[in-house]
Design a protein around this ligand. Structure first.
Ligand code: BTN
Length: 335
């Protein structure tokens, strides 16, 4: 299995330790000698890394002779802090952190093939080629959103895997509610909306044999602290910050989200599909009685949603009276 230190691009363990040391002692000057001793590198390396952190947007002040301090605690998902906050949980053991990567889903797929264990977590401060559903891209501004992918190895048949996407949507819905007090709309299969604009999406990918899942990766993107979105996104996307008028520490949100998902996941493994399907029907205003347009990529039609099938597929009563089950596609409200 690739170790965090050998996976190209992951944040160096000692660089992360420097960031944690500075964050835990924010605004206190720590001598270069003490830092060098505590993280086991030379003083000149400490100087080089302080420079590197500055390049990454971390406000490190000071010099080798005077010592270093953080002017402001950065909102960075330092792997040590993530591990500490998720200690004892499924997702606190194997945390891979990147300041920048193309896509956390791409990295997690690689980890999956390399036999990384269930519960591995891939986090990025920025993605240069974040993947969205239906071949779209996911805008991933540095440090503003949450870009996280989870690796799971459930004993499921491939047809049950989409339930995990819905489950992650439910967990994200709960985490948003606890964090902000706002009840987001959950659109089948997994979009999270506030005031009709998107705040989160989930992209699940898997590797499976005909009858068994080898591994599933669940990529979750949440717009947390963005203040603006470029181009067309400005009209269709929003963030927790924009909707609440407040900054939200991403570490707090991440811990909520992963703790919630772990408990939901365990319950799903115990109780099976009905747990996900029933909860989704309760939470999602899209599941029943909503006038929607469905675009399957092959055809587009309109109708009224009529609940979920036992497998979690959306049932739509078309305008011509036919009742269809949507296996995959884009569903949007028709007002
Ligand atoms: C969607 O289109 O609604 C799904 C978006 C999923 C985005 C997340 S961000 C973290 C993970 N890595 C990716 O490349 N995509 C997912």
């Amino acid at each position: 299995m690739p170790q965090a230190t050998s996976l190209p691009g992951t944040t160096d363990r000692r660089l992360a330790a420097l960031l944690t040391l500075l964050s835990e002692n924010a605004t206190i000057v720590i001598s270069g000698a003490r830092i060098a001793r505590e993280i086991g590198v030379s003083r000149s390396t400490v100087w080089r890394w302080a420079e590197r952190l500055r390049e990454l947007g971390v406000r490190v002040k000071g010099q080798p002779h005077s010592g270093y301090f953080l002017e402001k605690v950065p909102d960075i998902l330092t792997p040590d802090l993530v591990r500490k906050r998720l200690k004892g949980s499924l997702f606190g053991k194997h945390v891979y952190h990147f300041f920048k990567t193309d896509s956390t889903n791409r990295v997690a797929m690689e980890l999956g093939y390399a036999e990384a264990p269930e519960g591995a977590v891939v986090l990025a401060e920025e993605q240069t080629a974040g993947r969205g559903r239906a071949g779209r891209t996911w805008h991933s501004e540095r440090g503003a959103g949450l870009y996280v992918t989870l690796l799971l190895r459930p004993r499921l048949s491939p047809v049950q895997a989409p339930l995990l996407t819905m489950l992650a949507g439910l967990s994200a819905h709960t985490a948003v509610q606890v964090q902000t007090g706002l009840a987001a709309e959950l659109k089948w299969p997994n979009d999270l909306l506030l005031n009709g604009k998107k705040i989160g999406g989930i992209l699940t990918e898997m590797h499976a044999e005909p009858n068994a899942v080898r591994f599933v990766i669940i990529g979750i993107g949440i717009n947390v602290n963005q203040e603006k979105f470029p181009g067309e996104l400005a009209a269709t996307a929003t963030s927790l910050r924009n909707e609440t008028g407040k900054f939200h520490p991403r570490l707090e949100f991440l811990v909520r989200l992963l703790s919630q998902f772990e408990s939901d996941y365990n319950r799903f493994l115990r109780e099976g599909a009905p747990y996900v399907v029933q909860r989704f029907e309760l939470v999602s205003s899209f599941a029943n009685g909503k006038r929607v347009r469905v675009d399957t990529g092959m055809e587009t039609y309109q109708g009224i949603t009529a609940g979920l099938s036992p497998e979690g597929l959306l049932i739509v009563k078309k305008d011509d009276g036919a009742v269809v089950t949507v296996i995959s596609g884009d569903v949007s409200e028709v007002r």
